[in-house]
Design a protein around this ligand. Structure first.
Ligand code: FES
Length: 284
């Protein structure tokens, strides 16, 4: 059975269980809260009744003698009062008691907590996309990708692959630049650099605008708040907190694959491994 099927069955079952537990407890607590005495109270009442029974004979004798004295003195003896029949209070007249309020609040909070916990688990187990952005996207063969890089238009030196929301930039392969890159980058980003590529996510690390390229300056220039990055995504100016974020580049045989489900944060401010300066007027 696939993960998707399991989740599709698990969601309604979890929701139904949470609803049954929540409403069941609510009704039970409400029923206990209206006109029902606790066990402690009933035990106390039973104790008091036993005490009264043991002393009732003496009391009855005392009452009888007092009544006889009164009769002999000519005082009218009042008839014993018939006790009122107890009727349970009307729930509507009482409204919501403090106990009911507390019970309902705790049940609601518990149900809410369980729902959030269940939703978080489902989100965690939800399968990642297996195609398109968010997964491993094959953008072409080495030859076809290099052809795009070498003939990218309108801004030469920037190769954009929309299916991966990525600029795949050639990384200078000279010794000094590679040594600088090794001092700054790690893991999958460094592995891609050693193969001659760096994959930059189009999303600006400041507030998420799509960063366009500038053919004249040969930098990335964000029009939203003015952050600018060199050709390999290292931040030059602006409010962005770091360079452009990276995706791992995977070379599988002749295929070039971008893993858009794994994002590495861009280089820290001040990083400049290529020494690329401004090559012309800004666009933004
Ligand atoms: S979103 Fe790019 S600089 Fe603010």
């Amino acid at each position: 059975m696939s993960t998707g099927t399991i989740i599709a069955i698990a969601i309604p079952v979890l929701i139904t269980l949470a609803a049954v537990v929540g409403f069941g407890s609510l009704r039970k607590k409400d029923a206990k809260g209206l006109g029902h005495m606790s066990r402690e109270t009933r035990n106390r009442d039973a104790g008091a009744l036993n005490q009264n029974l043991s002393g009732s004979n003496e009391a009855r004798e005392l009452e009888k003698s007092v009544a006889m004295e009164r009769v002999s003195a000519g005082v009218a003896v009042p008839l014993p009062k018939v006790p009122e029949v107890w009727t349970p209070p009307d729930a509507d007249a009482i409204g919501v008691s403090r106990r009911q309020f507390l019970n309902r609040s705790s049940i609601t909070l518990m149900t809410l907590g369980l729902s959030v916990f269940g939703a978080a688990n489902i989100a965690f187990l939800w399968p990642r996309p297996t195609a398109g952005f968010g997964s491993k996207v094959k953008i072409g063969t080495i030859d076809s990708v290099n052809t795009v890089i070498n003939s990218s238009s309108p801004a030469v030196n920037f190769a954009y692959f929309s299916e991966a929301q990525t600029y795949l930039q050639p990384y200078p392969m000279d010794q000094a630049t590679q040594a600088s890159a090794e001092a700054v980058y790690k893991g999958a980003t460094l592995a891609g650099i050693k193969q001659g590529y760096v994959a930059l996510w189009q999303k600006c690390p400041h507030l998420g605008c799509k960063v366009p390229v500038c053919g004249t300056s040969q930098w990335f220039e964000c029009p939203c708040h003015g952050s600018q990055y060199n050709r390999v995504g290292e931040k030059k100016v602006g409010p962005a907190p770091r360079g452009m974020d990276h995706f791992p580049v995977i070379i599988d045989g002749q295929n070039v694959i971008i893993d858009t489900g794994t994002v590495s944060l861009g280089a820290v401010i001040g990083t400049d491994t290529t020494g690329q300066g401004l090559e012309g007027p800004h666009c933004a």
